[in-house]
Ligand binder design. Structure first.
Ligand code: PAF
Length: 286
């Protein structure tokens, strides 16, 4: 696996693969990779001949009081994991390489309206930062397909909407959330948790699962279900940001007649914000 740091080297390597008739897959990441990212690369390697991963901690998608400076940068360990998972080329640019003219007057991609809900309303500008950098990566690599994790459910929906709305010629493939044995969704930010917080963290997924079972069993009073579980999550020691039952595609508040649902949660343990979700199609439940 080669690592390149410039757009020029990236384009040259991808052009070689393309000349050899290879299908190109892109796995965009911010590094500090875990088994969830490895699963994205494994799927990419199954679906395409040439897998490009990117590692770039994108300043544009971090708010002023967020963890841009402390976000773990672990390039050597990440390279080893990508190699093991079947990646062919790693693009690991600097901020200057990605934004040579700075970020102030930059042309940006405004994310679809569904980005204003949920995480978007708590993290203003976050999804515009994501859509802008993902568009740049798509233009640099011009992949046939790109893989994103379902753990970041709203991000996936926002990227699908962007590709659809702007006619981008790339197929978006989603990969199921990878979980620890106790149910906690793998995330680079889990590394911020203390031992005590780590022991509490799986409660989030337990509550999502209980809610999903209740809905499958016929519960349709979503506001009541949410407030019951919010109270429990808070009592466990979390500071909940939101817990919502939404329509899986539009992300609008779920109606009792909706069949395709997603339950989404964001909650803090100390200063660490965890997110998780369960997608629930009532026509083919659990
Ligand atoms: O999910 C992430 O790691 C990031 O939001 C992404 C898609 C790599 C864009 O920076």
């Amino acid at each position: 696996m080669n690592t390149v740091k410039t757009v020029r080297e990236l384009r040259a390597a991808v052009a070689r693969a393309r000349r050899e008739g290879k299908q190109i897959a892109l796995v965009p990441t911010m590094g500090n990779l875990h088994s969830g990212h490895a699963a994205l690369v494994t799927t990419a390697a199954q679906q395409a001949d040439f897998v490009v991963a990117s590692i770039f901690v994108n300043p544009l998608q971090f708010g002023v009081n967020e963890d841009l400076d402390t976000y773990p940068r672990t390039l050597a360990a990440d390279q080893e994991k990508l190699l093991q998972a079947g990646c062919h080329l790693l693009f690991a640019p600097s901020v200057e390489e990605m934004y040579p003219n700075g970020m102030g007057g930059l042309t940006r991609v405004t994310a679809a309206q569904l980005s204003n809900e949920l995480c978007g309303s708590r993290r203003p500008g976050h999804f515009d930062g994501v859509t802008t950098v993902v568009t740049k990566l798509f233009n640099m690599v011009q992949p046939d397909l790109a893989i994103f994790g379902q753990k970041d459910y709203q991000q996936l929906a926002v990227i699908r909407a962007m590709v659809n709305d702007l006619n981008m010629p790339v197929q978006i493939i989603s990969e199921p959330t990878v979980r620890a044995d106790d149910g906690l969704a793998l995330s680079s930010r889990n590394g911020y948790l203390t031992e005590e917080q780590r022991a509490l963290a799986p409660a989030l997924y337990r509550h999502l699962s209980e809610m999903a079972r209740a809905i499958v069993a016929g519960e349709r009073d979503y506001p009541a279900l949410v407030s019951q579980h919010l109270a429990h999550i808070e009592a466990t020691g979390f500071r909940p940001d939101y817990l919502e039952v939404r329509h899986a595609r539009t992300l609008l508040p779920a109606q009792p007649t909706d069949r395709d649902l997603v339950i989404l949660v964001a909650a803090y343990l100390g200063a660490t914000r965890l997110i998780d979700n369960i997608h629930l199609n009532l026509d083919s439940p659990l």
